[in-house]
Design a protein around this ligand. Structure first.
Ligand SMILES: Cc1cc2nc3c(=O)[nH]c(=O)nc-3n(C[C@H](O)[C@H](O)[C@H](O)COP(=O)(O)O)c2cc1C
Length: 354
């Protein structure tokens, strides 16, 4: 495990600092790469972030999200406690996402995360699971524009780094006027940029994301930064998303778990070369897991990553069985070597899991 200075983790030692000032828009400075990785529970931990970042040429200028971190837990967490707070890539544009709604937890979480060297913070207003709804954060905040504005303003008050929001189109249904007024409020409260996943909470990941909402939001805010997200699976769709919406960045979640090269925003190679690259990616993620995570936690994460990619991989079901049967990191490594010793093929587009 990489050790992190105790000075950095002692929240109270960190004195209030000036806001970080950027020459130009902070998103353009921090994350000029056109494609961004989406925050995903169980997936966007250090080993995967690093595995995706390997596909970007140096200096890999992009923001790298954590999965959503609970602001009630962050104040008592230590870096490297678990994969979700493993920040071995802390110099690399770390961009944690917070589930947050109470001032004291926000204050303590922001202090702690900034002490760990993060470059920006995101507030989750899209998580549709019941637990988030019950605690009135995640997408629940979309039902209360005034409260949502306060959450942003409070986070901005304590943060020295830029604060953004990732949100959905709405709760049960969407109303463009309501959504746009809601976003206006977030900008007015200090949000530096917005990521829109244009589905409702009710839809979860079913149905089609409405990319027209992103287009119209960008038309309403030509000078703001708007990131579009939802169902992009191949290079052509990245191009299409930019053309259709005029958004400033395309954020990709699931497809990057099998095609990390999409982060480069370049035409993709043939299906077999993709199979080879996918093998390199899984082996690199395994290596990073081995370096940083305790074995059972790392194995669980690698299996989950492979299951996400399965629909795009011709014999993904077989690989899943091999990884399931592996008893330790070494056996996982052997299983990957054997599987990728044969030519493998990646499918261009697939039915996305819901
Ligand atoms: C397993 C999984 C976990 C997710 N966890 C989060 C999360 O922690 N925070 C968040 O804002 N969105 C989360 N999402 C939603 C994604 O960030 C993204 O908005 C969604 O998957 C649509 O993008 P995609 O089609 O490119 O995957 C998650 C999605 C998946 C599949």
């Amino acid at each position: 495990m990489e050790s992190i200075s105790p000075e950095l983790v002692k929240t109270d030692l960190i004195k209030p600092r000036e806001k970080v000032v950027y020459d130009g828009h902070p998103l353009d400075r921090l994350s000029p790469n056109p494609v961004m990785l989406a925050p995903m529970v169980g997936l966007t931990h250090y080993a995967v972030r690093q595995g995706v970042a390997d596909f970007l040429p140096d200096p890999k200028r992009a923001l790298w999200p954590t999965e959503m971190l609970n602001s009630r837990r962050v104040p008592s967490q230590h870096p490297n406690d678990s994969p979700e707070v493993c920040f071995a890539d802390m110099d690399n544009g770390l961009y944690p996402q917070l589930l947050a709604n109470e001032e004291e937890f926000i204050r303590m979480s922001v202090r702690r995360l900034e002490g760990w060297g993060v470059k920006a913070l995101d507030i989750n207003m899209g998580c549709p699971v019941n637990k988030a709804l019950k605690h009135n954060y995640g997408v629940a905040l979309m039902g209360d524009p005034v409260y949502a504005r306060e959450v942003v303003a409070t986070t901005v008050k304590y943060a020295t780094v830029p604060v953004s929001v990732k949100l959905r189109a709405g709760l049960e249904t969407y109303d463009e006027k309501y959504l746009f007024n809601f976003v206006d409020g977030l900008f007015e409260s200090g949000a530096s940029w917005i990521t829109l996943h244009p589905r409702t909470a009710e839809q979860k990941r079913r149905g089609k994301p409405n990319w027209n909402l992103i287009k119209n939001l960008k038309l309403r805010h030509p000078d703001r930064r708007i990131i579009g997200n939802g169902d992009v699976q191949c290079h052509e769709e990245i191009v299409e998303a930019f053309e259709l919406t005029g958004c400033d960045r395309v954020m990709i979640g699931r497809a990057l778990m099998v095609k990390p090269w999409l982060i480069r925003h370049e035409p993709e190679p043939d299906a077999h070369t993709q199979g080879e690259w996918y093998g390199q990616f899984l082996k690199a993620v395994l290596k990073y897991c081995r370096e940083q995570y305790e074995e059972s936690a790392g194995m669980r994460r690698l299996r989950f990553l492979q299951r996400q990619g399965k629909p795009w991989v011709e014999f993904g079901e077989y690989l899943q069985g091999r990884l399931q049967a592996a008893q330790n990191y070494e056996e996982m490594s052997t299983a990957l070597d054997k599987f990728f010793a044969q030519k493998q093929k990646i499918i261009k587009k697939t039915e996305l899991r819901t």
